[in-house]
Design a protein around this ligand. Structure first.
Ligand code: SAM
Ligand code: SF4
Length: 359
């Protein structure tokens, strides 16, 4: 792809990763199953690549290449894709970004998605957010039909937070988390990316904070998905290190029945409080993956780490039918590999950062 100057917007339709063929000759209808028998039930919908923070592991401080505004899907376009997905068995839609709460029409997105049905029943709507201004939005989001919330918090220290996110907004995030804890949305989950020399000494305090609010903290191993391509294996805190730190404070009893969930979970001292670890790098869970992704500019991705994108825009904006959209979804899943290759020396980090893929 041709180089784009720093700070420029990406031209409409110019997805940053490779366009993959969207022709699909197989049968339509029924669950979306890949070549390895994995049935897909979960669509992560990125609503924007913009964000109110600049977390170092996700976005560069400056010079981000924003998606062109006109390339961002409208509510009607998102709902259309989601309706086709739901008709084919996708039952969970997780709204993410970038920061999903930056979309002015966020309550409308939630409300219209929450009305969808799969052949087996209603869908579930979840959101991953940094929590900023969540308290203002929550009543409308809950009225609209939001079911689940994950909120990201990497430190409880104001200066550290400012260094890590390049914004002095810890108080706003805590306010959002506490508003969520007071609301009826359960279970509330908090996400923390563990980083060496940054927040590894907060593993126990963060879990205590979450537990005090009745929430579950989940540690995520840092993945090579930062827009600045600065990920180093040595600075990643591993699942084993996280568990060792937790074991200094609690007895950890594994909770069985993980299914396709990315997190392994443990009860703390017999419960009810619990903790999770998402070990995408050192203990990948690709064999049970049931997820696919829709980027804010209308690309289907079959894996966070894939370099292929399956472009829905010509169908959405060029008079394509619902069957054409379904063919793109199925082509994407037909092209899914058995697992990611982060641990392979030949691994090539996706061009897009996490904020533009949708975490
Ligand atoms: N802005 C929202 C937030 O931060 O929750 C939603 C988007 S964010 C990309 C979704 C999740 O991805 C967050 O929990 C964030 O911590 C995580 N994330 C971002 N970059 C990551 C990376 N390089 N490795 C692991 N997790 C990452
Ligand atoms: Fe924004 Fe979330 Fe990325 Fe942090 S992790 S910069 S809050 S999109």
């Amino acid at each position: 792809m041709t180089a784009v100057p720093l700070g420029a917007t990406i031209p409409v339709g110019a997805g940053r990763d490779a366009a993959a063929p969207t022709a699909y000759e197989g049968a339509l209808g029924g669950p979306i199953v890949d070549r390895f028998g994995r049935v897909h039930r979960d669509l992560r919908v990125s609503l924007t690549d913009r964000c109110s923070l600049r977390c170092t592991y996700c976005m560069p401080e400056q010079g981000n290449e924003w998606l062109a505004r006109e390339s961002i899907l409208s509510v009607d376009e998102i709902v259309r894709v989601a309706r086709v997905a739901a008709a084919n068995g996708i039952s969970t839609f997780r709204l993410t970004g970038g920061e999903p709460l930056l979309r002015r029409d966020i309550a409308e997105v939630v409300g219209r998605l929450a009305e969808l049905r799969t052949p087996d029943g209603p869908v579930r709507i979840a959101m991953t957010t940094n929590g900023i201004r969540l308290g203002d939005h929550l009543p409308d989001l809950i009225d609209a039909g939001l079911h689940r919330l994950n909120i990201s918090i990497d430190t409880l220290d104001r200066e550290r937070f400012r260094d890590l996110t390049r914004r002095d907004r810890l108080a706003d995030v805590l306010e959002g988390i506490e508003a969520a804890a007071r609301s009826g949305l359960k279970p509330l989950k908090l996400n923390t990316v563990a980083m060496r020399g940054v927040n590894e000494d907060e593993i126990v305090p963060l879990v205590e904070y979450a537990a005090s609010l009745g929430a579950q903290l989940r540690f995520i191993e840092q993945m090579p998905l930062d827009a600045g391509h600065t990920w180093r294996r040595e600075s990643m805190v591993t699942r084993e290190e996280i568990l060792s730190a937790l074991a200094t404070r609690w007895r950890l009893d594994p909770i069985p029945g993980r299914g396709g969930a990315p997190a392994e979970t443990w009860l703390l001292d017999g419960g009810p409080a619990s903790v999770g670890v998402i070990a995408s790098v050192t203990a990948p869970f690709c064999g049970d993956c049931d997820r696919m992704r829709l980027t804010a500019d209308g690309q289907i991705r079959n894996c966070l780490f894939s370099n292929d994108e399956y472009d829905l825009v010509p169908r959405l904006r060029g008079g394509g039918s619902d069957d054409d959209i379904e063919r793109v979804l199925r082509a994407a899943i037909a092209g899914k590999l058995p697992g990611h290759a982060i641990n392979d020396p030949s691994f090539l980090q996706p061009e897009r950062g996490m904020n533009a893929i949708g975490g």
